[in-house]
Design a protein around this ligand. Structure first.
Ligand code: NAD
Length: 354
């Protein structure tokens, strides 16, 4: 199984290096994993004048999954838009039709104090948000700003989902729930929006094939409230692009620690790109202090969702839990009485715990 490692910019190389050490440790235990590197983002521009060089894309096509660090930095801010680092990310999403964005929001009990919510509300939180990434009002046509009959400007967008687009994300949600606590909450606004009435109908129809998974529906306004009132009621949340955009950011902030959260973007063949939700953190790049755990947890997602290696994924997650329980913290999650360590030492500890 081949993993393309696109480290990118800023802290990208430091954090992916620790994930690669975890891969090497798993490989030495017999898992058939290999990695190959290629530049992306600003590093791609520096190497080949393009944030997604042809050779990088070719490597991704020949691999089973992509592990992505982060891209961007002040050095590249003045480049024309097509050359900007984030274009590398957007073009990869488009090229591989990565329509499903998986964002877990997990609060390790040891880090519950980092949340802005009371620890008892979030301790042990473990939700997975599936956001549809390529449809909805963000892409629907027609759209624009025009002058209406009264001579006033008006803006308009089109919310649109086809049955097939809804079915493929709902299917992923049910399948992901089978690997978790077998509960899916589909979020819509079916009381007001026709598009999301269809969403609700299609999800309900598909549910017949997943009778072992519990399905509930919730209106998005209520979901936004329930996420801060009692987030632990959720297992898997599946929703459209716009609602998912908002709810996944809300959910990630329940945890309060950006350096801990992984993510995945998948296509219909379960090929995916796995990356921490944070950026390239130029303010701490090169200092050896970045938290590598979001990237290491992204690797666990990669093993689970693209390579079907559930046991290895669970092993990595257990190792991370153990290291936190041992009291090791990087600067972003530092607390009095715990030992603050750097990027490499955190990697060492995870490998020892593995
Ligand atoms: P950021 O996520 O890079 O950093 C925000 C803050 O969180 C910073 O103080 C940073 O030091 C801290 N932080 C982030 N990750 C950390 C980690 N692993 N360990 C410890 N601390 C961490 O967001 P930003 O500062 O708004 O953006 C910086 C650059 O990253 C920009 O060029 C932006 O475009 C880019 N960016 C890239 C991605 C991506 O590659 N997917 C996502 C967001 C931002």
């Amino acid at each position: 199984m081949k993993i393309a490692v696109l480290a990118g910019d800023g802290i990208g190389p430091e954090i992916t290096q620790q994930a690669e050490r975890v891969i090497a440790a798993l490989a030495s235990d017999g898992l058939k994993l290999e990695t190959e590197h290629a530049p992306v983002g600003g590093a791609g521009y520096d190497a080949a004048g393009d944030p997604l060089p042809e050779a990088t894309l070719r490597l991704c096509e020949q691999s089973d999954a992509i592990l992505f660090g982060a891209v961007g930095g002040p050095k590249y801010d003045a480049l024309p838009r097509p050359k900007r680092p984030e274009q590398g990310l957007l073009r990869l999403r488009k090229h591989f039709d990565l329509f499903a964005n998986l964002r877990p929001a997990t609060v390790f009990p040891e880090l519950a104090h980092a949340s802005t919510l009371r620890p008892e509300i979030v301790a042990g939180l473990d939700i997975l948000i599936l956001r549809e990434l390529t449809g909805d009002i963000y892409f629907g046509q027609p759209r624009g700003i025009r002058t209406n009959e009264a001579g006033e400007r008006e803006g308009f967008d089109t919310m649109r989902y086809s049955e097939g687009e809804i079915r493929r994300i709902a299917q992923l949600a049910f399948e992901a729930a089978r690997k978790r606590n077998r509960r899916v909450c589909s979020v819509d606004k079916a009381n007001v929006l026709e598009t999301t009435q269809l969403w609700r109908d299609v999800v309900t129809e598909l549910h017949a094939q997943y009778a072992d998974v519990e399905l509930t529906h919730m209106y998005v306004d209520n979901a936004a409230m329930q996420l801060v009132r009692n987030p632990k009621q959720f297992d898997v949340i599946v929703t459209g692009n716009m609602f998912g955009d908002i709810l996944s950011d809300e959910a990630s902030m329940l945890t309060g620690s950006i350096g801990m959260l992984p993510s995945a973007s998948l296509n219909a063949k379960r090929f995916g790109m796995y990356e921490p939700i944070h950026g390239s953190a130029p303010d701490i790049a090169g200092k050896g202090v970045a938290n590598p755990l979001a990237t290491i947890l992204s690797l666990a997602m990669l093993l689970r969702h693209s390579l079907d290696q559930e046991a290895a994924a669970a092993r990595i997650e257990a190792a991370v839990r153990k290291v936190l329980a041992q009291g090791l913290r990087t600067g972003d999650i530092a607390e009095p009485g715990k030992r603050t360590v750097g990027t490499r030492e955190m990697g060492d500890a995870v490998i020892a715990a593995l």
